[in-house]
Structures are given as C-alpha cells and as structure tokens.
Unconditional design. Structure first.
Length: 293
C-alpha cells in the first residue's frame, strides 16, 4: 500500500510556513550582509609568510590612517580579507608599500577587486527587476499553457517559497559567519528557480493529463498518482546535482564554497517544494474553491 502523501497536506504547508516565518524574522533582525557587488567599494586579500600572524587588530593599526575600513575577516590559514572604500589600483599599490613597511616585506595582496557605488546600486536594481520579470513571465506562460490561472500563481508561490527561505538562511549565515550575498548568490537563486519551476511544471502537467484522461479518482488521488509517477525522476535528477555539489562544499576553495552551499540549498528546497508545497497548494486552492462555491 502506497504512502498517502496528502491525507494531511496541511502539515507540509505548516512546515513551510514555519520556515518562512523564521526566514522573515532573520531578515528583519539581521538583514542581508550585501557583498561588494551590491554595495560598491574595494576588497583586498592580504597574505604573508606563515611565520607572521596577521590579525584584524594588526591590519587596523597599520591601515587605519590610510583607508576607511569597512570590515576585516580571515580567509584560509594565513590570509585576511579587507573591505574598504573604493580605491584605484595605484592606491592599492601604495597600501601594499605601507603594509610592507609596517608589517613585513613579504606581505602580498593576492586578490583585489573594486566596484563603484553607482555600479553596485545598478546591479541591485537590475537583479530585482529581473526577478519581477521572471515572476510575471512565469504566471503568463503557465496561464497560457495550462489554460488556468491557478497553475501559474501556485508555481510562482513555490518559487518564492524557495527564494525566501534560501535568502533567510543566508541572512542568518551573514550574522553568524559573515557570509556575503553577492552576484554568485543571485546565480544560485536563478538556478534554483529553474530547477524548482521545472519539477513543478512536470507535476502539474501530469495532474492535468490524468484529469483530462477521465481517471475515476478523487482530485486528491489524482494528485497523489501524479506525485508517485514523477517522484523518481525528480529525485534522481536532483541527486545527480547533489553528488556534484557536496564535494565542492566540502573541499572547494574559499571563493566558491558559499556559492556551492547556496546551490545545494536551492536544489534541496526546489526538490522539496514541488511535491510538498506546490501540490498541497493546489489541493488547498480546490478546497477553498469548493467552500466559496
């Protein structure tokens, strides 16, 4: 006898609601630790011989009179990442001379990035506009293909569920581990949208096919059948991606670690939300429709 997924479908919605509220609280209290891509400024990764221990205090003492420092955090075993006001390459070379004079001749700047504040604001605005276009396009496309508004609206709600929880998690990580939200995080979100939407459309399409075929089942049973028929495919596809991402999370370099974590989180959420959020929302929609009529 098959497990009845949706006998108590409100349980899945309650779990999702709890995660959404938790994410909202974290975003409200902690906000997002926006990276250089969005805020503008300069970033320097400073390294030195292992015999010399770099610290936040040492770097602030050395550069406090030279630059307006936003933050300093460790990177790997010996390096430190310093975020400052926007500076030029020439100014970076001057900073390096100061560091070598005050700390050690072996100090090197292994990474340097600089983005103006105007470009950062434009990137943030374009990201939000792109999200809005994707949302509107999703609803319109699914309304056209499925001939019913509910499929587009509920699929969009499932995507928003994934994005919001994912953003809430990184809000918490930004507070506890200093993780920044940058353009790589946006890439992870767009990838999550693609996977989540694909799985949801596959399930919805199977539900529509079974409904049109005149299967003599209650609507809840039709949804159950569609889930069982598409579950193996969705899980197998997601597991293939997970198997590739886990090594990156565990052994990848510092520069891609949190990007891999974001992708892994998005894959898990997208795989979960299609059967356990979007399908229950479809049942809830029908139950509300019955009550109204």
């Amino acid at each position: 006898m098959k497990f009845r997924f949706f006998r108590y479908y409100w349980i899945y919605l309650l779990v999702s609601l709890t995660l959404i509220i938790t994410s909202g609280v974290s975003l409200g209290i902690n906000g997002l630790n926006l990276g250089l891509d969005f805020t503008g400024g300069s970033l320097m990764e400073i390294d030195v011989d292992e015999e010399i221990l770099l610290s936040e205090g040492l770097l602030r003492d050395s550069l406090g009179e030279e630059l307006a420092i936003d933050s300093i955090q460790s990177s790997g075993e010996t390096a430190m990442i310093v975020r400052t006001e926007t500076i030029s390459n020439e100014r970076k070379d001057e900073v390096l001379l100061v560091l070598r004079e005050k700390i050690d001749e072996r100090v090197v700047i292994t990474r340097f990035e600089s983005i103006g504040p105007t470009l950062g604001r434009e990137l943030l605005q374009k990201t939000l506009i792109a999200m809005g276009i994707i949302g509107a396009g999703t609803v319109i496309y699914l309304r056209t293909q499925f001939k019913e508004l509910k499929y587009g609206v509920l699929a969009l709600m499932g995507v928003l569920h994934d994005i919001f929880i994912m953003t809430g998690l990184f809000s918490l990580l930004g507070r506890t581990s200093g993780v920044e939200v940058d353009s790589m995080f946006v890439t992870a979100i767009l990838t999550t949208i693609s996977l989540s939407m694909h799985d949801t459309v596959v399930i919805y399409d199977r539900i529509r096919e079974l409904s049109k075929a005149g299967v003599k089942q209650k609507y809840e049973e039709v949804v159950e059948t569609a889930i069982w028929e598409t579950m193996r495919r969705s899980v197998n596809n997601s597991l293939m991606i997970v198997f590739m991402l886990v090594p990156l999370v565990l052994m990848g370099g510092e520069s891609i670690h949190w990007f891999a974590v974001a992708l892994l989180t998005g894959i898990v959420l997208g795989t979960y939300s299609s059967p356990f959020v979007c399908a229950p929302l479809l049942l809830l929609w029908e139950d509300i429709k019955k009550l109204i009529s």
